[in-house]
Design a protein around this ligand. Structure first.
Ligand SMILES: Nc1ncnc2c1ncn2[C@@H]1O[C@H](COP(=O)(O)OP(=O)(O)OP(=O)(O)O)[C@@H](O)[C@H]1O
Length: 234
């Protein structure tokens, strides 16, 4: 399977904390579970991968879309090409947030269609197929407030995948569902991302469950030296 996102020699810092990424490749069809203690830098890494913040230093940071030419993200950040970055985010990324992140004033269908609307596209066949597979087809006309937490997460998975992104990022998508549903949400995410040919990275406090569900574990731990520094080894 081909690499969708590739980075190396990357550093990002907050006052008093440094995150270093020696190297990371996210491959299509693969599911990766990022885990580590609180404060290790998981959110900071997710923000970098999601193009929500620029790295302070990067040797190499490239996104290779399914059909287009590779995008040199490092060069785009350096040149301050914010529009190209925003465009890459909308086109090539899908997100699943901790509690779904559905917009409460839109029905389920309109929530799922949102990434398509941002791109000026429609994909009725794909939307219906995803809704069938995720068993949310009967819910398309409902408002998010009337759904269970597990149903909301399945809608969020459909929304993250409807525009066939290259990369799917999920920030603790099972934190607020009960244990049985956590297995279902992880399995559905992994299966649907693989079926879409996307690379999946999920941040979790439950690496054992992720490993059971077929995720490759990606540990991120603070340096034992005591400095507020975490290194993601290549
Ligand atoms: N905006 C900020 N300003 C200053 N320091 C920050 C900021 N955001 C994060 N940090 C610090 O950077 C370090 C990494 O934080 P981060 O949120 O990435 O960790 P995390 O692994 O996601 O933690 P958790 O599991 O608790 O969400 C922490 O020491 C945190 O205090």
């Amino acid at each position: 399977m081909s690499v969708a996102l590739s980075l190396s020699g990357l550093r990002a810092w907050h006052a008093g904390f440094v995150l270093e990424v020696e190297g990371l490749n996210l491959t299509r069809g693969e599911a990766v579970a990022l885990h580590g203690p609180s404060g290790a830098g998981k959110s900071t890494l997710l923000d970098l991968l999601a193009l929500a913040r620029a790295p302070e230093v990067a040797a190499h940071f490239t996104l290779t879309p399914r059909e287009d030419a590779p995008l040199d993200l490092r060069a785009l950040w350096l040149a301050g090409e914010d529009r190209a970055i925003t465009d890459a985010r909308a086109r090539h990324y899908g997100y699943v947030l901790q509690q779904g992140g559905l917009l409460p004033f839109l029905d389920v269908r309109a929530n799922i269609e949102m990434p398509l609307a941002l791109l000026g596209r429609s994909a009725e066949g794909r939307l219906r197929a995803l809704a069938e597979r995720l068993e949310i087809a009967p819910l398309l006309g409902r408002m998010p407030a009337t759904l269970s937490v597990g149903q909301r997460q399945r809608v969020a998975i459909a929304r993250a995948l409807v525009h066939t992104p290259d990369i799917v990022l999920a920030d603790e998508p099972t934190a607020s569902v009960h244990p049985g549903m956590a297995d279902t949400v992880m399995a559905l995410l992994r299966e649907e991302a693989a079926a879409a040919g996307a690379a999946l990275l999920l941040a979790t406090h439950d690496p054992e469950r992720a490993q059971r569900q077929g995720f490759r574990l990606l540990p991120l731990f603070p340096d034992p030296g005591g400095a507020a520094r975490s290194v993601l080894r290549a």
